[in-house]
Design a protein around this ligand. Structure first.
Ligand code: ZN
Length: 257
C-alpha cells in the first residue's frame, strides 16, 4: 500500500502516517499538493516550517521584505545571520535544511490585487500571513475567482484570528466588508505583538491548511477562529455569506464556467 514511499519518507512522516486521517493516501495528497504562502513573517514562519515538515510537495514563498533585527522576536524562520537579507532567501535555506524533498520556490515580490491571480494560480491552497489588509483582500478575491481555498489570518498585541475561505465562500469580505480606512488600522509595529501569539496563530493556519488538503474533520467554511492569549482561550465565531458579496459572486460564476 505504501510501496511508493522511500524508507526515508516512511520514517520522516511515521508519526502522521499512523493517523487515520492521514495514512498513505493523505501523505500522497500532501506530496502532490502545491501551497503558496503569502508573507514569510510572524505567521508565515511557523506555518512554512510545519507545511514543509509535513511533506507538502511544492511550496511557494511570496514576500518582498528583508529580515530585520526587530523581526526576530516573532519571525522564527529567520535568524541573526539573515538580517538584511530577503526573507524569501532565508526561508528557502531553512526549509531546504528542514526537508530537502520539498520543492520550495521563492518569489521576491509584493502581492497586490493586480498580480494576485497570476502569482497564486496553479496552487491548491493559499496561506495568507501578511501584515496588511490590502493583501488579505487581494488574496481573498483572487482565491475565490480561481477556486482555491485560502487560509487568512491576522494578529495584534495578544490576539489573533484565522479564517478558512473555501473555494465557494463565505469569505473574508462577507465578514469584514471592505478595506478599513488606512488611518484607523492598528499595526504590530505601532501597537505591538507578543511573539508566541504569532506562533500559535501561524500554527493554527498550518493545521487548518493541512486539514483542508486532507479533507479531515469538520467543514471549515463560515467560522472565524479567535485566539486570545490574555484570557486565554480559543473560540469559533460563526458567520453567514453576505448575499451582496461581489467576491463570493465571482466564485459562483467561476464554478459555473
Ligand atoms: Zn464573500
Amino acid at each position: 500500500m505504501s510501496d511508493d514511499f522511500s524508507e526515508t519518507e516512511l520514517e520522516r512522516y511515521s508519526r502522521q502516517l499512523v493517523l487515520r486521517e492521514v495514512g498513505p493516501e493523505g501523505q500522497r495528497r500532501l506530496r502532490a499538493a502545491a501551497v503558496a504562502v503569502v508573507g514569510a513573517g510572524g505567521l508565515g514562519s511557523p506555518a512554512l516550517l510545519y507545511l514543509a515538515a509535513a511533506g507538502v510537495g511544492r511550496i511557494t514563498v511570496i514576500d518582498d521584505d528583508r529580515a530585520s533585527l526587530d523581526n526576530l522576536q516573532r519571525q522564527v524562520l529567520h535568524d541573526t545571520a539573515s538580517v538584511g537579507e530577503p526573507k524569501v532567501h532565508s526561508a528557502l535555506r531553512r526549509l531546504d535544511a528542514l526537508n530537502p524533498s520539498v520543492r520550495v520556490r521563492a518569489v521576491e515580490r509584493r502581492l497586490e490585487a493586480a498580480n494576485a491571480a497570476s502569482l497564486l494560480r496553479d496552487h491548491d491552497l493559499v496561506l495568507e500571513g501578511s501584515d496588511n489588509f490590502a493583501t488579505k483582500f487581494a488574496v481573498n478575491d483572487a482565491c475565490l475567482a480561481l477556486g482555491i481555498t485560502a487560509v487568512i489570518a491576522g494578529i495584534l498585541r495578544f490576539e489573533g484570528q484565522v479564517l478558512v475561505v473555501p473555494p465557494a465562500g463565505p469569505c473574508y469580505r462577507c465578514l469584514f466588508g471592505g478595506e478599513p480606512d488606512p488611518g484607523l488600522v492598528p499595526s504590530c509595529s505601532a501597537d505591538g505583538i507578543l511573539g508566541p501569539v504569532a506562533g500559535v496563530v501561524g500554527s493554527l493556519q498550518a493545521s487548518e491548511a493541512l486539514r483542508a488538503l486532507l479533507g479531515a474533520g469538520e467543514p471549515q467554511g463560515g467560522r472565524l477562529l479567535v485566539f486570545e492569549a490574555l484570557r486565554p482561550r480559543l473560540r469559533a465565531v460563526e458567520f453567514e455569506r453576505d448575499p451582496a458579496c461581489a467576491a463570493c459572486a465571482s466564485a459562483v460564476a467561476a464554478a459555473r464556467r
